[in-house]
Design a binder for this molecule. Structure first.
Ligand code: T3D
Length: 268
């Protein structure tokens, strides 16, 4: 296993068998974001993109929480006023865009509570798994803010406008079971099985056809804003690209030779 820590240790990263595991590491603050953690996470994502051996990514949190959004210990409005729009522009929006456009499949492993931007980060991942004790707290309304980190968009896409409005206007906290029922998460596991199941899933994604996986994620992401006609054209374009790939050659050859396809070999 390769492992690296960022200079501040607020984000940890290991990688093995094609899977990078990125752990938000401020457990005393429920892994809420300060500037240091934003910078460290951006550096970890740079490595994910640059390292060809990394083919899938797990995001999780250290300790009992996943991520409680912005560190409110860094915000004391009794002392000063903050331009929160600027933090969103400088840190949260670039993070959301990077997560959506990483080019490698992402799995959020929500080990405990996710709140505020922490929910946005989980929902920006391609597949969300959570522990049976996990919670999803909308949180923003309680401190007079507007949902950010793409949540006003993601919630409407995932649960529909009526439920999205009710969730955020009532500052709802969803249990794992409710999050599953609402379609926010793919699977719920007992806490002690969660990471094993996530690793199995991410390892299978890492061993899939990288280009086909990347183009599939792009096509599905674009479907939310495209018309059917635009989407059909996009599918043709992406299929052309996938059809010229070595992975397609290997996939069909394996089928014809009645053997499993091998798209990626672990480094010995
Ligand atoms: O500011 C900008 O730049 C704009 C961007 C905004 C993005 C956002 O995410 S805004 C939303 C910010 N987040 C919140 O409002 C969530 C605040 N936290 C909570 O509501 C609750 O802590 C939770 C629902 C997340 C969890 O509740 P619970 O009862 O399980 O845990 P707890 O006891 O409240 O928290 C445990 C510890 O974590 C506690 O510290 P202590 O007392 O043991 O020393 C608590 O202060 C700390 N903690 C939790 N959330 C945060 C935090 N510390 C700093 N910032 C937090 N967001």
């Amino acid at each position: 296993m390769n492992s690296s820590t960022t200079p501040s240790d607020t984000v940890l990263m290991t990688h093995k068998n094609g899977v990078a595991t990125i752990t938000l590491n401020r457990p005393k603050q429920l892994n809420s974001f300060n500037e240091d953690m934003h910078v460290a996470l951006a550096a970890a994502l740079d490595e994910v993109v640059a390292n060809e051996q990394i083919r899938a990514v797990i995001f999780t949190g250290a300790g009992k929480g996943f991520c409680a959004g912005q560190d409110l210990g860094n915000r004391d409005p009794r002392k000063q006023k903050y331009d929160l729009g600027q933090t969103i522009i400088d840190f949260y929006n670039p993070l959301m865009k990077r997560l959506k456009n990483l080019g490698k499949p992402t799995v959020a492993v929500v080990n405990g509570v996710a709140a505020g931007a922490g929910v946005g980060i989980a929902l920006a991942c391609d597949i969300v798994l959570c522990a049976d004790k996990a919670k999803f707290a909308m949180a923003f309304g309680k401190i007079g803010l507007v949902p950010d980190s793409g949540l006003t968009w993601a919630l409407v896409q995932l649960v529909g406008l009526a439920r999205a409005k009710a969730l955020v206007l009532t500052n709802a906290t969803l249990s794992a079971e409710q999050a599953l029922e609402y379609g926010l998460v793919w699977r719920v596991y007992e806490a002690d099985r969660l990471m094993d199941e996530a690793t199995k899933l991410a390892t299978s994604l890492a061993h899939g056809p990288a280009l086909g996986t990347e183009l599939t994620i792009k096509a599905l992401n674009q479907a939310t804003s495209n018309s059917l006609e635009e989407q059909l054209e996009l599918e043709a374009e992406y299929q052309r690209e996938a059809g010229y790939s070595d992975d397609y050659k290997e996939g069909v050859t394996a089928f014809l030779e009645k053997r499993p396809a091998v798209f990626y070999k672990d480094k010995q």
